[in-house]
Ligand binder design. Structure first.
Ligand SMILES: Nc1ncnc2c1ncn2[C@@H]1O[C@H](COP(=O)(O)OP(=O)(O)OP(=O)(O)O)[C@@H](O)[C@H]1O
Length: 333
């Protein structure tokens, strides 16, 4: 198109290309009932580009249902989904999203390499044979590429599932319980894989019951309970208060004042040697890395003998149980 109409179209396209990309996942007001059972009840959240978000919650909370709605595999009764800026189920967004289902089963008569080739064909993306081999190697199946899947252990099939999810170099990866069949070494491999994806700017939505895993790799967490978002936020927001435990000897008034500057403190006399001081540091998503060394240096300058310094924080598991038992996650919804 030429002339003024062509120019304004080009200008509009330029403007669009300068806009930040749509979030990897955006969903709002999702609802789903199975007969009389409500599985998903007004769920909204986003996964930003390059962000790793953990979906947590007890059995039956609705995590898999939400994931299936996002991927266009289940039709919601209400609500909207945009996957990489397009409606759920749109072939263009699905081709750019990798998915490892909770229940995976691959054609037992095919070899691992054939399963991968099949999924590459289905995704409509061009992935070279060398890249496919590399992908299998990345999940620890390099020497099983030519073996039939029927002879694979559950863990090996799950590794293959990961390769299927990752082979077409997706911009978003949705992993539903990716380590349920893996041994501790396999879990560590997946953790490394997730960190590598994060480094490449790939967005990840991870459903896992392994809270330690989620705590290590996720930027943000969405906690579902009975179909609703019970809490969501960054780990710093959800875990809140950090504590510093110090074993100190010779604390006098000026040192006490310095401790109070750092946060509200308590003292427990146990004489082994000195006393244990617990300082509640303020919740800060971007804490000053010099705060603790600064406090220790000042205490030493005030004549205090510092025997031990131990930063502690409530674990995600403790917080999750707290939210699920008391519903006290409201402030971060
Ligand atoms: N196809 C279905 N037909 C009927 N009910 C279903 C179906 N899929 C899910 N449900 C119900 O919806 C609710 C949520 O299930 P969902 O699988 O989404 O939970 P989940 O959080 O993924 O659980 P888990 O941690 O045990 O995998 C459950 O009560 C479940 O029984």
């Amino acid at each position: 198109m030429t002339g003024p109409a062509g120019e304004s179209l080009a200008a509009a396209e330029r403007l669009l290309s300068e806009l930040p990309p749509a979030p990897a996942v955006w969903c709002s007001g999702l609802r789903k009932r199975y007969r009389r059972r409500t599985a998903v009840d007004g769920v909204s959240f986003t996964v930003g580009r390059g962000e790793v978000v953990g979906l947590l919650g007890p059995n039956g909370a609705g995590k898999t249902s939400v994931i299936k709605i996002l991927l266009g595999l289940v039709r919601p009764d209400a609500g909207e989904v945009l996957l990489l800026g397009r409606p759920a189920g749109d072939p263009q967004s699905r081709a750019r999203a990798g998915y490892l289902p909770e229940l995976f089963r691959y054609q037992p008569w095919l070899t691992a390499a054939e399963v991968l080739r099949l999924h590459v064909r289905l995704s409509g993306t061009a992935v070279s044979a060398a890249d496919q081999r590399e992908c299998l190697a990345g999940v620890g199946l390099a020497d099983r590429a030519g073996d039939r899947v029927g002879g694979f252990s559950k863990g090996m099939q799950q590794r293959l599932g990961l390769a299927v999810a990752l082979v077409a170099r997706p911009e978003l990866v949705v992993l539903d319980e990716p380590t349920s069949a893996l041994d501790p070494l396999g879990r560590a491999d997946v953790r490394d894989l997730l960190l590598a994806l994060k480094e490449r700017g790939v967005a990840v939505l991870l459903n896992s019951h392994l809270i330690g895993e989620v705590e290590r790799v996720c930027d943000r967490v969405v906690i579902l309970d009975r179909g609703r978002v019970a809490a969501s936020g960054t780990l710093a927001e959800l875990l809140g208060r950090r504590e510093l435990r110090l074993r100190l000897e010779g604390v006098r008034a000026r040192a006490e004042a310095r401790l109070a500057e750092a946060g509200a403190w308590t003292r427990a006399r146990d004489g082994d040697p000195g006393e244990v001081f617990t300082v509640a540091l303020a919740a800060d998503p971007d804490p000053d890395p010099g705060a603790v060394p600064g406090l220790v240096a000042d205490l030493v300058a005030l004549g205090v003998r510092v025997h031990a310094v131990e930063p502690t924080r409530i674990s995600l598991e403790e917080r999750l149980l707290d939210i699920l038992r008391t519903g006290s996650g409201e402030e971060h919804r």
